[in-house]
Design a protein around this ligand. Sequence first.
Ligand code: GLU
Length: 288
Amino acid sequence: MDYRGRFAPSPTGRLHFGSLVAALGSWLCARHAGGRWLLRMEDIDPLREAPGAAAAILAALPAFGFVADEPVLYQSQRLAAYDAAFTRLQEAGAVFPCWCSRSDLAAGDGLHRDGRCVAPPDPGRASAWRLRVPDVEIAFDDALQGPQRQNLRESAGDFVIRRVEGLYSYQFACVVDDAFQRITEVVRGCDLLDSTPRQVWLQRLLGLPTPRYLHLPLALDASGAKLSKSTQAHPVDPGDPLPALRRALAFLGLPAADDARDVAALLAQAREHFDPARLPHCSGRSVA
Ligand code: GLU
């Protein structure tokens, strides 16, 4: 099968160092495999979106040398596909309406289990929709982090597919779109390693293929917290791409020689040396 990879930022802020590493890692893997590299804007959550962030991210990527091989897919334009997949889950009895609030669940360990609601049904009020999650163990081999297993009932419980505001969840939209874009390998940060079993389970329920997964080490700040766009940590400057690109290459254990004068030269050198098997394995590394 032809390799198809992707980078799927959420427009919660401008491109920052952590997402630059994910873009670079996914791009290098796709180029190394002679495959295609796609872009997906995960703009399904207007409540978390920062104004102008989607356009800023899309404008920044080419400055770092990353140009998608196909038109960008916007999740905000995919609602009909999510509705269709959601209806299939409903018809299969796999999801149920739920009025439990976070504080209702906080009395336990915060997770919802076995389809058992704490809050009574309140048909006069909008509900969330959760997936009924059985006691099932999901195993997959991460191309970098090795064999993974998770008991879905213990770790995730009945997770939310559609939120009370009517917005579809990241897990659900991501699965529908990875299949729609025919993604064969998902390369992303290790913060999403523990989301993967939920996504694999959804793929099975919806009869969709499971791509390969490779979770890159996560860029952490000095206190060990994830760099995130929403906290505006470490934004990168597309007007002066070389310093951040050099740091991202070094973070992934690749040469970032000073004699490479421009982005194209740096990336060409990285492609020459790149071997996914030699990426650093650890799940998180400090960059500050
Ligand atoms: N949109 C997610 C983020 O920006 C990444 C999704 C993914 O790669 O699966 O963190």
